[in-house]
Design a protein around this ligand. Structure first.
Ligand SMILES: CC(C)(COP(=O)(O)OP(=O)(O)OC[C@H]1O[C@@H](n2cnc3c(N)ncnc32)[C@H](O)[C@@H]1OP(=O)(O)O)[C@@H](O)C(=O)NCCC(=O)NCCS
Length: 172
């Protein structure tokens, strides 16, 4: 039996083990990790697929922002990693996790979605594209065609130049 659960209900070490298996242990050097360093996942948009013999896949989302001219911040939700256990990839599990996340984001997200990923996958099934992100910058190397966005829950994507980074706590 396969169960879709809130990510916070599964053992954090099993999540790390699955991410190592899907991305390799050098995953921490990726640009995506630099953006979300030190952040806590968004609970309502982060999920796990649990099978009889352990974790099958995970999706995590993060509270980030686009910092434009004059440092004006537009809240965004960063999607990823999306990861499925390597021996059972291409069996619909990635789609199940993304379907649940996008459905939830349409109700709960407090910013448009952004991610670094393959447009051939995330565009085909959920409509992510790189149309709005041409002037965006990230704190590390990236391919512009893989910097994707999706407007949800009334939140549009900024199209202006800006740096993507963690949301800052409001000053007291
Ligand atoms: C990417 C990933 C999450 C997809 O999940 P999955 O369960 O393997 O894939 P699904 O079964 O949902 O895929 C369904 C379809 O998408 C296609 N697809 C899967 N990954 C794709 C990719 N990266 N690019 C293009 N198409 C892809 C499949 O071929 C399949 O197509 P079909 O229905 O025409 O046969 C998974 O393969 C994975 O963990 N990969 C390694 C980690 C990674 O790269 N994560 C994404 C970056 S955040």
């Amino acid at each position: 039996m396969v169960e879709l659960l809130p990510l916070m209900s599964v053992d954090p070490q099993s999540v790390e083990d699955l991410l190592d298996a899907a991305f390799g242990p050098d995953r921490f050097g990726r640009t995506a990790y630099r953006i979300r360093q030190g952040l806590t996942p968004v609970n309502e948009l982060s999920f796990a697929l649990q099978g009889d013999d352990g974790l099958i896949g995970v999706i995590q989302c993060w509270p980030v922002a686009h910092f434009g001219a004059d440092n004006v911040a537009t809240p965004l939700v960063m999607v990823g990693p999306v990861a499925v256990r390597p021996d059972i990839q291409r069996g619909g599990h990635g789609r199940a996790l993304m379907d649940k996340m996008v459905e939830s984001a349409r109700q709960f997200a407090d910013g448009a979605l952004m991610m670094i990923g393959d447009p051939e996958y995330y565009g085909r099934f959920w409509g992510f594209d790189a149309d709005a992100t041409g002037a965006w910058d990230l704190p590390g190397p990236f391919e512009q065609r893989r910097l994707l966005g999706l407007a949800v829950n009334g939140h549009n994507l900024p199209r202006t130049a800006g740096m993507i980074g963690p949301r800052r706590a409001p000053s007291a």
